[in-house]
Design a protein around this ligand. Structure first.
Ligand code: NAD
Length: 492
């Protein structure tokens, strides 16, 4: 059986691992130490096309899409079991490659297992319906897989976000091509090896890593691509949507966020401070659904800011693979620079750095991309730090006087992914949830999701949904069949 430990990771096309047409391998380094973790093949547009061809061939010839969904149920469940058996080594790989604390990587792999289990239960329920129509006719619908589906993933939850979209596509009977983020392709290749072991036919799951502009665009801009699911930045999402629209190909877009956290005066401050800590410092803030804008009732502001500052300063920073570490480095030097630019910007605009706002220094940190958990207050609402997604451990704080103002501030963003509300007043919680322009609202919780609950954004946060009982819909098409039953012959 394959192990995810080998130090060279190739492309996986048509069931075979190969270095790709370029023959180049890129060294990937541990964001905490700068040491090389592995070498990975750099794919090209030609490799993308080879993967689409392999997928199309497998879709036509392998019977993966055959009417008997039981085969897909069994294969996906077996894959869930193999991932579970390799959970620790996959989590280690994710942490070495991406930097997040092991505890979080373990949670991500558990989520992958649960996602596979959940969608496996949908694989034999791709059902049509019968529709009453006038006259001697019979009408019914068939739901069919679309064919070859393309999945483009980001680097912040490398395996989790890849599997979130490709698992339902597989469950529906499609053949899949995955392009993981160039920085974090390792767990995807390890996963695809396990999929082969689980009995997925060759070519049903292909992985091509490589530069997004070249490999990603070649995958989407090809007649064999019948659907695309993109998780990443709004800028690239727009490009994907344009390419998909040219060929009328459906696109699911999971983009960024600038999540508000509304804290009403009756909230339990200790729980709020813990929830806020997870919501912005979890995964070093590199989360689309990060709860990055704290909106607190003015009566609570000093006490809550004190608690959040204390929690930020108490967080144990370090390499994700060390025991007890609560926040790891950012994924790359560029990302750390990018995040700190927002702090400079906020300072220049008159904002106050309550804590953090700088790199972490010292022998444990100097070789990595560590940025201290940061809280910014009094930043003008028009400044970049308040308006743009920072994608790092940076919380901005503003206060409000009444629920109207809280909702206005919360909705004053181009994004609409997740919003959090803290109050003991359930009437206020429900009324506020209804008025928030966000695809997901959590009440008295840090950001949390489950494979059975829909995940998607409003406004600039995307298009369409993933997860939930309708997770297979983007990967199936409906065909209506109408039969004329003829005029029944009269007896005698
Ligand atoms: P990114 O947009 O830079 O890259 C995402 C993927 O697209 C990568 O695989 C990349 O190689 C590829 N890509 C880049 N240019 C491309 C192009 N022209 N054509 C096709 N593919 C291309 O995003 P990122 O930096 O990897 O991830 C961070 C972003 O992802 C943030 O904005 C974050 O909010 C968002 N995100 C959203 C969700 C969600 O579910 N809504 C989840 C995680 C991350």
């Amino acid at each position: 059986m394959s192990s995810p430990d080998s130090a060279t990771y190739e492309l996986l096309i048509g069931g075979r691992e190969a270095p790709g047409t370029r023959g180049e391998r890129q060294a990937l380094t541990d964001p905490a130490s700068g040491q090389e973790v592995a070498r990975v093949a750099v794919g090209s547009a030609d490799d993308a096309r080879a993967a689409l061809e392999a997928a199309e061939g497998a879709f036509r010839e392998s019977n993966w899409a055959s009417d008997d969904g039981a085969r897909r149920v069994k294969a996906l469940l077996k894959l869930a079991g193999l991932v579970e058996a390799q959970a620790e080594s996959l989590a280690q790989l994710e942490t070495r490659n991406m930097g997040k604390p092991l505890r979080e990587s373990r949670g991500d792999i558990a989520y992958v297992v649960r996602t596979l289990e959940y969608v496996s239960g949908l694989a034999d329920k791709v059902e049509g319906e019968t529709i009453p129509v006038p006259g001697a006719r019979f009408d019914y619908t068939l739901r069919e897989p679309v064919g070859v589906t393309v999945h483009i993933a980001p680097w912040n939850y490398p395996l989790l976000l890849s599997v979130r979209s490709l698992a339902p596509a597989l469950a529906a009977g499609n053949a899949v091509v995955l392009k993981p983020a160039s920085l974090t392709p390792l767990s995807a290749v390890a996963f695809a090896r396990l999929a082969r072991d689980a009995g997925l036919p060759d070519g049903i799951l292909n992985v091509v890593s490589g530069p997004g502009r070249e490999v990603g665009e070649a995958l989407v801009d090809d007649p064999r691509c019948a659907s695309v699911t993109f998780t990443g930045s709004a800028e690239v999402g727009r490009r994907i949507a344009e390419l998909a629209a040219r060929r009328f190909v459906p696109a699911t877009l999971e983009l960024g966020g600038k999540g508000p956290v509304i804290v009403f005066p009756d909230a339990d401050l200790d729980r709020v401070a813990r929830g806020i800590g997870y919501g912005i410092f979890g995964n070093a803030g590199q989360m689309c659904w990060a709860a990055s804008r704290l909106l607190v009732h003015e009566s609570l502001r000093p006490a809550l800011v004190d608690r959040v500052r204390a929690a930020a300063e108490a967080l144990k920073l370090g390499p994700g693979w060390e025991d007890g570490v609560e926040m790891g480095p950012l994924v790359s030097a560029d990302q750390a620079r990018h995040v700190l630019e927002y702090v400079t910007d906020a300072r220049d605009a008159g904002g106050q750095v309550v804590t953090g706002g700088e790199r972490a220094h010292g022998p444990r940190f100097d070789a990595g991309h560590f940025v201290r958990p940061t809280v910014l207050a009094d930043v003008p609402p028009t400044s970049r730090a308040v308006r743009e997604e920072i994608f790092g451990p940076v919380l901005t704080v503003a206060s409000f006087q009444d629920p109207e103002e809280a909702i206005r501030l919360a909705n004053d963003t181009t994004y609409g992914l997740l919003a959090a509300v803290w109050t003991k007043d359930l009437g206020l919680a429900h009324a506020t949830a209804r008025r928030l322009e966000a695809g997901m609202v959590v009440v008295n919780e840090a950001p949390v999701s489950f494979p059975q609950t829909p995940f998607g954004g409003f406004k600039g946060s995307g298009l369409g949904y993933e997860q939930g009982a309708r997770a297979l819909e983007p990967y199936t098409r409906r065909k209506n069949v109408l039969l004329n039953l003829g005029t029944p012959k009269r007896k005698g």
